[in-house]
Ligand binder design. Structure first.
Ligand code: SF4
Length: 147
């Protein structure tokens, strides 16, 4: 699946949940709590393929799924830039110290597996936007050079 296909599909799933919670008059705080891993596993089994296996994407006690993916993630399916003979397709806009790069043949992709930045309650509260698509609008890299 391309990045943009995942992004569009996930935006729809996220919106469906937000619309449901908004119709029930959930507050911002209640929405954030609803997106905690344990509650999502119980209530939103379709949201993430890891839920049915009771697995987490990160080895951490507190995991909030509101920002899956991360607002700092940048991608372009056609490639962000050339790195020697390889093509970089994604990167971290804040160069998080716990982020990394995965090299797969000629492709370089951002590796967020060790980074918890978007999954803490503090971060979700600070960066909260009821529209996931709006919160993530900078993730799609436009043009040749990422900004
Ligand atoms: S490395 Fe961390 S901050 Fe950077 S895009 Fe990945 S999850 Fe977000």
């Amino acid at each position: 699946m391309s990045y943009i296909d995942w992004y569009d599909n996930h935006a729809l799933k996220h919106k469906k949940i937000i619309d449901k919670l908004t119709a029930k008059n959930f507050t911002k705080e209640q929405i954030i709590e609803y997106f905690e891993y344990e509650k999502m596993v119980e209530n939103e089994k379709e949201f993430c393929p890891l839920y049915e296996k009771n697995e987490k994407c990160h080895d951490t006690v507190y995991l909030n799924c509101y920002f899956c993916a991360c607002p700092h993630f940048r991608f372009k399916d056609e490639g962000v830039e050339k790195v020697g003979e390889k093509t970089k397709y994604s990167f971290c806009s804040i160069d998080s110290k716990n982020g990394g790069e995965g090299v797969y043949g000629d492709a370089i992709h951002q590796d967020c597996s060790k980074c918890l930045v978007p999954h803490t309650k503090k971060y979700v509260t600070k960066s909260f936007d009821p529209s996931w698509r709006d919160a993530m609008r900078s993730c799609v890299v436009d043009g040749d050079l990422a900004t």
